[in-house]
Each structure stands twice: as structure tokens, then as C-alpha cells.
Design a protein around this ligand. Structure first.
Ligand code: SAM
Ligand code: ZN
Length: 269
């Protein structure tokens, strides 16, 4: 089954030498790192090009140390439960590919991952895992209808219609949002009156929620670089005063709760 389609004319694309091509001769080069940019001009979402280089490297540096592996382990449990030998899997807004590369090392499935940020996808592709990575906007996916048995979506914007279109009928969507106490200590250091997260699930009208799993852990970061990398992965990086950031920057260690809500959906269209 052909998975990817041309972002210009929607015809199926295939690999021809070092490019993806369609029958209308639109052509998309495969970069030296191994990914393909399928973000067509009209789908660039204004000036939005996703997370920048610094954020991408911070995410890679932090996740590679295994701080969120309580979540990785829960994803493995889900994949054990839902997957089968030839499952086709999509990592939606995959960032720098930490979770898809880890899962691809453990499961013999066919993995795809995309993000709107070329910086993120470049790092993901450099991992040389058996995942097909491409640059795309989640609101206009260059993917044929009903392709995926499982899709997963971690800490990213949601698109009910487009996600439901590319996942098979009765296929699974695993969506992860921050739990109530996620990174609460980090917030307490930067803010006088920190709020807990509201655990508001996305609007997912085309999906049926079949399970909701809370994952929590306590992690200790023992150096300033990891603490600042964590901050750069969060929206707080943009919304915190310099004084708040300075308080965090002065720490040499930080122990904080982490908490995730794993929402398991089935696609009913
Ligand atoms: C908080 S990061 C999460 C990345 C990854 N899922 C992870 O957990 O490591 C959110 C990601 O969504 C991407 N993103 C934001 N808007 C997007 C869009 N319209 N289409 C595709 N990706 C998008 C960003 O570039 C960023 O990599
Ligand atoms: Zn085309």
C-alpha cells in the first residue's frame, strides 16, 4: 500500500534515485540525512516553521538521558497490546524522533514520523533508525487515506479530521498530554503562584476514547545544562520573565514530579 502522496497534486509518490516523484513529475529530494521535505509552499502555516535549532538540540539532549522513560515504557506496553507483525505506525509531530526511534528498535513495524520543523526532522533522520521521516504540516498531511494501524501523538497540536483520515477505521491513536503535576517543582521555582495543568483532552470527535492511563515518576536533574534543556522543551520558556529563568539557571540540581496522561482512542470516523 502506498503511504505517501504528493503535496502538490495528491498523487502517490515513490522513490526514484534520490528523490520522491509522482506521475505528474513533481519531485522532492531526499536529504543527505535521509528525510524528505514534503511541506508544500501553501501549507507552511504562515511564518510557522516549528521548533528552532536550539529547541531541537535541547530536546534531543534531555530525552537522550532517559528522563521521560516512564512514558517510553508505557508506550511499549501499549504497542505490545495493539500491534501485530506488519503494523504501520505514525509518529505525529515526532520532534527529534526520540520515541519513534526507541519504539522502532523494539517492534518490527513499519514506522513513519513527521514534523513541521526541519531542524527536528534533521536530527531524527541522523539517528539512522528504520523510520521514514518527512517534513509536513499536520493540518495537510501528504499521506493517503486510511494507512495507519497505530498513530501516536505526544505533546503536540491536534487535528481531528486529518488524524482520523490517515488512520484506519478502528485503528488506534495514542495521544499524550501533560498530567496535573507535570514539572510542578520547576514551575514553583519560576512562579509565585504556579497552576496545575488542567488535563484537558483534545477535541477528538472522530475518535472514541477507550482508555486513559496516568504515568508518573520523580526525576532528579543533576546539572544546570539538563535543567535549562528541560525548560527549553516547554512552553514556559516563552512565558517566563528573565528573573524567573535566572532562578532556574542558578540551580545545580532539580528534583521534580513528571506526570503524563496517555489517552487511547479508536478511530470511528
Ligand atoms: C512539544 S514538541 C513534541 C515533539 C515530540 N512529540 C516529543 O514528544 O518529543 C511539539 C512538536 O510539534 C511540532 N509542530 C507544531 N506545529 C506543527 C504542525 N502544524 N505540523 C507538524 N508539526 C508541528 C513542533 O515543531 C514540535 O516538534
Ligand atoms: Zn504531484
Amino acid at each position: 500500500m502506498a503511504i505517501l502522496k504528493c503535496p502538490v497534486c495528491s498523487e502517490t509518490i515513490w522513490i526514484d534515485n534520490n528523490s520522491y516523484v509522482c506521475k505528474n513529475r513533481h519531485s522532492f529530494d531526499i536529504a543527505k540525512e535521509g528525510y524528505v521535505n514534503l511541506l508544500s509552499g501553501s501549507h507552511r502555516a504562515g511564518n510557522l516553521i516549528g521548533d528552532n535549532r536550539d529547541m531541537a538540540y535541547s530536546r534531543q539532549s534531555f530525552l537522550s538521558k532517559g528522563y521521560f522513560d516512564a512514558l517510553t515504557n508505557q508506550l511499549k506496553i501499549c504497542f505490545d497490546g495493539f500491534g501485530f507483525d506488519n503494523s504501520i505506525v505514525l509518529d505525529i509531530c515526532c520532534g527529534e524522533g526520540y520515541y519513534s526511534s526507541k519504539l522502532a528498535a523494539n517492534f518490527p513495524y513499519q514506522f513513519y514520523g513527521f514534523d513541521i520543523s526541519k531542524n527536528m526532522i534533521r536530527i531524527a533522520a541522523k539517528k539512522k533508525s528504520p523510520v521514514t521521516y518527512f517534513v509536513a504540516n499536520m493540518a495537510h498531511l501528504p499521506i493517503n487515506d486510511s494507512c495507519f494501524d497505530i498513530a501516536f501523538h505526544l505533546f503536540a497540536p491536534f487535528h481531528n479530521d486529518e488524524f482520523s483520515r490517515v488512520i484506519k477505521m478502528d485503528g488506534y491513536l495514542i495521544s499524550v498530554i501533560p498530567g496535573r503535576r507535570h514539572l510542578f517543582k520547576l514551575k514553583q521555582i519560576m512562579y509565585e503562584n504556579p497552576y496545575e495543568n488542567d488535563e484537558q483532552p483534545p477535541v477528538a470527535d472522530n475518535f472514541t476514547l477507550i482508555d486513559k492511563i496516568h504515568v508518573s515518576d520523580t526525576i532528579t536533574l543533576n546539572n544546570s545544562q539538563d535543567i535549562m534543556s528541560l525548560l527549553k522543551m516547554t512552553p514556559y520558556f516563552y512565558h517566563t520573565s528573565d528573573a524567573g529563568k535566572a532562578k532556574l539557571n542558578a540551580l545545580s540540581s532539580l528534583t521534580t514530579e513528571i506526570e503524563f496522561v496517555v489517552l487511547i482512542y479508536k478511530n470511528h470516523k
